[in-house]
Write a protein that binds this ligand. Structure first.
Ligand code: PLP
Length: 387
């Protein structure tokens, strides 16, 4: 099913893109091509591939599947989510103005701040829910607006279509980090994005055994530039990682469906618990961005965060008591993970930026997996009883 004649639905693309496309032996599962180099057919006569940094059949198959799912012209598969972001950032002209969320993933902020410290770009961190702050930042002739929605770790939701339209009017390209929802639940290109960034480490692979990333590009002209630059800097993902990610992608929709059902139940349970001061999950009617999330997303996802009334001491007790949730960074796998953003994923942001973003010492972020929902609820209830 590499290039089918009908237009398959997204679930079919995820489950079957590239299946039974092997011309050599009719293999149903797409083969893994590890070769770093390719024999030329003759003098000045390369075949479809010549060298693995420039292109690889397994990596390109994953890229085409992701591009189909996101509705882009194509995709470049990178060695990590950060490499995907840097692929865009490193192509900007010197001194380019970049607008990014004040509450984005800590690694994203670290990367952009590091490039700013080298004098390569000028960074404007703004609360993208604040229209005036966005207008002020857009007045500075920006080259790129980076959106992350829902945000990591506070699950704030911003309006991709509205922000994209404003950024375009100001002459900026728009990149959306779609890691938290994946194309199963949100398609930023249809809402005006020029680039979609993924940490494929998370939901797309879904099994916590690959570090990878991707840039999906809306139009062919930009795609050519991004693909060329990926070859210049050599940031492409490994073929084996691409093969594993393609295998993980097969079950993306089924995983997302199951995981977000449990996430909703857990969010409801947490919001009733006396030890919990606040729950951040866009699926709750009480979430300030619930209506926007319901309109913009086709599901609320399986990420949530919550604040313990007892602060960091309660956090320590809860973490020590949990048996089913694993205390570890990352997200989007079939196993449930819990993380303390202030000391882990967002530690490098620094105290001031964390306070501005609203990431406090009592905040925990949860990635809900595919275990029995009752086990997850029991585990949290037992842990919360110690807080
Ligand atoms: N974007 C978001 C929203 C993330 O949560 C992460 C990692 O946690 C990244 C990007 C970076 O991805 P990677 O760890 O694959 O480099």
């Amino acid at each position: 099913m590499d290039e089918p004649k009908h237009s398959p639905r997204p679930e079919t693309i995820a489950a079957a893109y590239g299946v039974a496309s092997d011309t050599a032996f009719g293999a149903v599962a797409p083969p893994l091509y590890l070769s770093s180099t390719y024999e030329f057919a003759g003098f000045e006569n390369p075949r479809a591939y010549d060298y693995g940094r420039a292109g690889n059949p397994t990596r390109d198959l994953l890229g085409r599947a992701l591009a189909k799912l996101e509705g882009g012209a194509g995709a470049v598969v990178t060695s990590s989510g950060m490499a995907a972001l840097d692929l865009i950032a490193s192509q900007l002209p010197a001194g380019a103005c970049v607008i990014a969320p004040h509450d984005c993933y800590g690694g994203t902020m670290r990367l952009l701040k590091a490039r700013e410290a080298l004098g390569q770009l000028s960074l404007h961190l703004v609360d993208q829910r604040d229209d005036d702050a966005v207008a002020a930042a857009l007045a500075g002739t920006p080259a790129l607006l980076l959106i992350e929605t829902p945000s990591n770790p506070l699950l704030r939701v911003v309006d991709i279509a509205a922000l994209s339209a404003r950024a375009k009017a100001a002459g900026a390209a728009v990149a959306v980090d779609n890691t938290f929802l994946s194309p199963a639940l949100q398609q930023p290109i249809a809402l005006g994005a020029d680039y979609v960034i993924h940490s494929t480490t998370k939901y797309l692979n879904g099994h916590s055994d690959v570090i990878g990333g991707a840039v999906v590009v809306a139009d062919a002209e930009r795609l050519e530039r991004v693909a060329q630059w990926a070859n210049v800097v050599g940031c492409g993902g490994s073929p084996f990682d691409a093969w594993l990610t393609l295998r993980g992608l097969r079950t993306l929709f089924a995983r997302m469906r199951g995981q977000q059902i449990s996430a909703m139940t857990i969010a409801e349970m947490l919001s009733r618990h006396p030890a919990v001061a606040a729950v951040h999950y866009p699926g709750l009617a009480s979430h300030p961005d619930h209506a926007l999330a319901a309109r913009q997303q086709s599901g609320f996802g399986a990420m949530l965060s919550f604040e313990l009334a007892g602060g960091v001491e309660a956090v320590k007790r809860l973490i020590a008591a949990l048996r089913v949730f694993t205390f570890a960074e990352s997200l989007g796998g079939v196993e449930s993970l819990i993380v303390h953003p202030a000391t882990m994923t967002h530690a490098d942001m620094g105290d001031e930026a964390r306070a501005l973003a609203g990431i406090g010492p009592g905040l925990l972020r949860v990635s809900v997996g595919l275990e029995a929902e009752a086990d997850l609820l029991d585990d949290l209830a037992a842990g919360l009883a110690t807080c």
